[in-house]
Design a protein around this ligand. Structure first.
Ligand code: AMP
Length: 220
């Protein structure tokens, strides 16, 4: 099963993609995570990407493609994958299509998580992340048991440098101008499966699970 999770920053697509990964054991490939890892490692690609990420702009398509095309060809992606935060431009979607067709593969469904734009800034400004990858919390909507500490490992939670209001506004603008056209792109290919991302997290996960099940039945 090959799925795309599409949605604005703060829509919850990362959280939901990880839940589906855990439920079905298929890898979740987040270009945001891969790029941040490249920045941490100080690779050439990471150095080129860093300034764009810090400013809330999209990283150039060719850098993102170099990163994700390799990752999709790894063995653990054989049974399928969940693309989280990729593609983010029509050029990336077209490049993805041709990479997959070289491998005689295609996308099965695109889960679009819809959240009112007005709610996204509040969600992102209050988001806090475990630096060891144990998840994310929100200072108001989902606070950790001990203020500022990860519930799993106790590590101090961090505030992502692009989760401050000015940068968030740039990221949302990039979403509206460059990524939202993908909604029509995938609608036109009959792949779009919209989900209301404003309700309870467990209910949203159930709706996505139903999409997963019906897509895997029709893929058989
Ligand atoms: P995310 O963790 O998905 O919110 O991504 C964080 C940042 O990484 C974005 O604001 C972009 O600067 C960059 N990024 C992640 N995925 C992509 C992509 N597919 N294309 C371009 N830039 C990306």
């Amino acid at each position: 099963m090959r799925l795309i999770f599409l949605g604005a920053p703060g829509s919850g697509k990362g959280t939901q993609a990880k839940r589906l990964r855990d439920a079905h054991g298929i890898p979740q490939l987040s270009t945001g995570d891969l790029l941040r890892e490249a920045v941490r490692q100080g690779s050439n690609l990471g150095k080129d990407a860093e300034e764009h990420i810090g400013a809330g702009r999209l990283v150039p398509d060719e850098l993102v493609m170099a990163l994700i095309a390799d990752r999709m060809k790894q063995e653990d992606c054989e049974p399928g994958f969940i693309l989280d935060g990729f593609p983010r431009t029509v050029a990336q979607a077209e490049a993805l299509e041709s990479t997959l067709s070289e491998l005689s593969r295609s996308i099965d469904a695109v889960v679009e998580i819809r959240v009112d734009q007005g709610k996204l800034i509040e969600r992102l400004v209050g988001r806090r992340i475990c630096p060891k990858g144990h998840g994310e919390w929100h200072i108001r909507f989902n606070p950790p048991r001990v203020e500022g500490k990860c519930d799993v490992c106790g590590e101090k939670l961090t505030h992502r440098e692009d989760d401050y209001e000015d940068t968030i506004r740039t990221r949302l603008e990039a979403y509206r101008n460059l990524t939202a056209p993908l909604i029509d792109y995938y609608q036109g290919r009959g792949l779009l499966r919209p989900v209301n991302g404003e309700g309870d997290m467990d209910e949203i996960a159930k709706e996505i699970e139903a999409i997963y099940q019906s897509t895997s039945e029709s893929a058989c």
